[in-house]
Design a protein around this ligand. Structure first.
Ligand SMILES: Cc1cc2nc3c(=O)[nH]c(=O)nc-3n(C[C@H](O)[C@H](O)[C@H](O)COP(=O)(O)OP(=O)(O)OC[C@H]3O[C@@H](n4cnc5c(N)ncnc54)[C@H](O)[C@@H]3O)c2cc1C
Length: 256
């Protein structure tokens, strides 16, 4: 884990109210693993003291890329940051996904899709196999990373709640259909997205007996395991810190 002032190489609107931020830092980029996140100080003053956690979308050479949605004061401030400014960043943080060989199926909803792109690229590099990816959003405008995933070589299928593109319905409903027609079940499911999506997906994976890893996007406090502000209930009745033991968990480890 490092703390560094990272130069902003780009920070631009990509669709809807989603932005792509490109930061320059060789050391953090070199250490970054899929599923990990960085914690960014978005305010130089005293107003917003807590850093904002954002998943690493891609890390290559000296560049770290992030995709974020403007939802409140912190991300709104971040969207106003200009090229060449510097941001105080701590990272990479958290544990990341376990890379396993075999037929992986990735499932993402909303901003959760961003962390799956780095994972898909890493699975391809490590095992020379490209996963199938299911991505879900409310509408066409909110559907992230379709082209980026296709460029990696993934078979990408989209689901939108309003039916504006792809499967009309929830990504978990698409998952149930796809898994039913897979000649053999995927060997591993990796997922990131909103709680209700993950809860249903975990239930389905249990039903189909497919191992599953989920990444949680909880509200974080410190991001380094000290404040216990992000705990979730573990399956052994213990509390697990999303920022330290997570954000990626085996589905069987946590109670959603
Ligand atoms: C490990 C991790 C990785 C993440 N990766 C990404 C990412 O790649 N891209 C991205 O856009 N977002 C990601 N998030 C969520 C992101 O951190 C929050 O959206 C951001 O901190 C909100 O800050 P804000 O000041 O703009 O919003 P606030 O003003 O703090 O809140 C605005 C609204 O958003 C809600 N909100 C705030 N934080 C969260 C959260 N973590 N989950 C759900 N709702 C929240 C609040 O309840 C409120 O309704 C991630 C979160 C975690 C923990």
């Amino acid at each position: 884990m490092l703390q560094a002032k990272c130069r902003v190489l780009a920070n631009s609107l990509i669709c809807g109210n989603f932005f792509k931020l490109v930061l320059q830092n060789k050391s953090i980029a070199a250490q970054a693993k899929p599923g990990q996140f960085i914690n960014i100080r978005v305010d130089k003053g005293q107003d917003l003291l807590l850093r904002r956690p954002l998943s690493i979308y891609l890390a290559k050479d000296d560049k770290l890329e992030i995709i974020y949605k403007v939802v409140g004061r912190g991300t709104d401030k971040l969207a106003q940051v200009k090229e060449q400014e510097k941001l105080d960043v701590i990272g990479p943080l958290g544990n990341g996904y376990t890379l396993t060989a075999g037929k992986a199926l990735l499932v993402g909803g909303g901003t959760g899709i961003a962390s799956l792109v780095f994972l898909a690229a890493a699975l391809k590099t490590k095992f020379n196999s490209v996963p199938t990816v299911l991505i879900g959003a409310k509408s066409k405008e909110d559907l992230l990373c379709f082209t980026a995933l296709e460029k990696i070589g993934c078979a990408v299928k989209a689901a939108t709640a309003d039916g504006s593109v792809g499967f009309h319905g929830l990504v978990t409903e698409l998952f149930r259909e796809i898994v039913a027609i897979f000649s053999t079940h995927p060997s591993m499911v990796y997922a990131c997205g909103p709680r209700p999506m993950l809860r249903e997906l975990v239930r389905l994976c249990r039903h189909f007996r497919i191992p599953c890893e989920i990444s949680l996007e909880e509200h974080l406090g410190c991001g380094v395991g000290a404040c216990l502000g992000c705990v979730v209930k573990g399956a052994k009745n213990e509390y697990l810190r999303v920022c330290k033991e997570g954000p990626v968990f085996k589905a069987s480890e946590v109670i959603l």
